[in-house]
Design a protein around this ligand. Structure first.
Ligand SMILES: [Zn+2]
Length: 101
């Protein structure tokens, strides 16, 4: 899984195409991520107590990782992720500026 929580991503497909957001959860098993404020789905919440009103809240639905590109925190460009191996450590690098991200 190339993406992790806290990464900033650019949406490249779907209804939120062109928007950016921060990953709030990654689901490596399904190759999906949840991005803050992106791909929102309406969810009805039932009132918890009597006399309270039910509400409709927007919650982000999982996005396929093929629909996003990471935004490099070093050069600020939407990029692909590469890896370098330094001894036993695997580092993620930006394919554009080659910096470890
Ligand atoms: Zn970069």
């Amino acid at each position: 899984m190339k993406f992790k929580k806290g990464d900033l991503v650019l949406i490249i497909a779907g209804k939120d195409k062109g928007r950016t957001g921060k990953i709030i959860k990654s689901i490596p098993k399904e190759l999906k991520i949840l991005v803050e404020g992106i791909n929102l789905k309406k969810k009805h919440v039932r009132p918890r107590r009597e006399g309270e009103k039910g509400q409709v809240v927007d919650i982000p639905a999982a996005l396929d990782i093929s629909n996003v590109k990471i935004i490099c925190p070093k050069c600020g460009k939407a990029t692909r992720i590469g890896y370098t191996i330094d001894k036993d450590t695997k580092n993620r690098i930006c394919k554009k500026c080659k910096q470890i991200i």
